[in-house]
Write a protein that binds this ligand. Sequence first.
Ligand SMILES: Cc1cc2nc3c(=O)[nH]c(=O)nc-3n(C[C@H](O)[C@H](O)[C@H](O)COP(=O)(O)OP(=O)(O)OC[C@H]3O[C@@H](n4cnc5c(N)ncnc54)[C@H](O)[C@@H]3O)c2cc1C
Length: 484
Amino acid sequence: MIKKCDVIIVGAGVIGTGLARELSRYKLDVVVMEKEPDVGWGTTKANSGIIHAGYDAKPGTVKASFSAPGNKKYEEWTKPLSVPFKRIGSFVSTKEESQLDKLEKLMEQGHENGVDKLEIIKDKARIKDLEPNISEKVEAVLHAPTAGVVAPYKLTIALYENARENGVDFFFNSPVEEIEVTNNSESDGRFAVTSSEGEIHGDYVINAAGISSGKVAKMVGDDSFSIFPARGEYHLLDSEIQGYVNKINFPLPTGDSKGILVTPAAEGSIIFGPNHQPLEKPSVATTRQGLDQVFNGATDLFPDIDTGKIVTNFAGLRAKAGSDDFEIGESEAVKGFINVGGIQSPGLTAAPAISEHVIGLLEEKGLTLEVDQSFSPSREPIPNFADMDMEEISEYTDDFRAAKEIVCRCEEVTRAEIEEAIERGADTLDGIKFRTRSRMGSCQGGFCTPRLVEILSDELGISPKDVTKKGDGSYLLDGETKEG
Ligand SMILES: Cc1cc2nc3c(=O)[nH]c(=O)nc-3n(C[C@H](O)[C@H](O)[C@H](O)COP(=O)(O)OP(=O)(O)OC[C@H]3O[C@@H](n4cnc5c(N)ncnc54)[C@H](O)[C@@H]3O)c2cc1C
């Protein structure tokens, strides 16, 4: 046994990491076990980053009960952690007057779900004033001013850093393979959780394993739900184009999805997507057909957008449960085993409300919650040295050369930021990317990758050959070139 703790969380997506951070307010021993080398590399890193207003989910569903409350808590989560979050508002647009009743229905649904400030705008001049480049053909929109955007990976990294600061233990590269229900609550804990890294014992297990949450539940004999993955593909545009789109723009939703959206991302670029493709087996490979569908949907709403500014594409996987709803609650099969599975959209939005609910549930099931007076709610972001003058820089470092040495030219990321990211736990190229935005710009790492390899190798004291893109054998270099 590596250790005994109070709560073991399986999965470090926004749900598991958010729960870990919220549990770190109490005098508890909390462990997070994550199969990947870093936080947020499941569905959390590849989604639209929208904090939905909360009108989409059918009233009465679990999803609906957490959407608007989650949205309302976003400043509470993001401000102390210094994570940029902007309430830019969303539009659902229609080009047909005959579809107005659908907007009205969505608005009614929103009111039932507790969403504030919804309005239908039919005045075309006002629509154009709020969103100048939207198609001339748009006749009416449902405007939800409370909707916002956040960088989901940045939020999750911030939650992780704060949880770790407050005493939570994270075990990476630790896929949970087996969970034994031992029922030895006094000494060894009710559960023995085994990963390739060893065995951890705990009194409560929270299953926040996203796309694998159905499989993790089955490890304790709970087969109450299964996950059916559905892929969503995206185009990402260069941040040069920021300002062309102001709001989160949706068409009218279809049965399975909210439709192809066009939105500014929290960090400046614009994204198009996602489509909805149910899959037999999980895969985040993008497809020509899917990307064309996304392109056509986006340019239908913004016909003149400069699509030459598309710099890359990516896909995410929805963890859709058979019920098409969140699966949250103590397992009927096993006491102390809490499922937080099937968290498809709007799981990012709902995360703060889900955390609050699950912590209440743990207390109801017998976990003692004693507030830890030493809890610190805040966390400093990695400084943006490129925009600072020397006096500001001197508050952080006396290595002015590192603070002004631009490594990623597209996103203006300095060496000092990259070193700081490594110091905070990044040990792969993707770990640096999600913390600093290097390799996210128009050249997609064409210029900075060799330099990043060099810095990672120096800082971690490893050979450049051992630097990986995202762990698990994803090496970039094969060996030294031979002379002659
Ligand atoms: C295309 C798309 C668009 C979306 N857009 C939005 C949006 O705009 N707004 C919104 O609110 N929501 C959105 N969502 C939903 C949102 O992304 C998810 O609800 C949220 O990220 C789920 O987080 P999670 O922590 O449950 O899952 P994940 O982020 O998948 O985390 C689960 C973690 O568990 C780990 N894991 C799995 N198995 C094991 C194991 N055996 N042992 C250890 N670790 C394990 C995984 O590696 C992973 O890190 C979207 C989803 C998709 C797919």
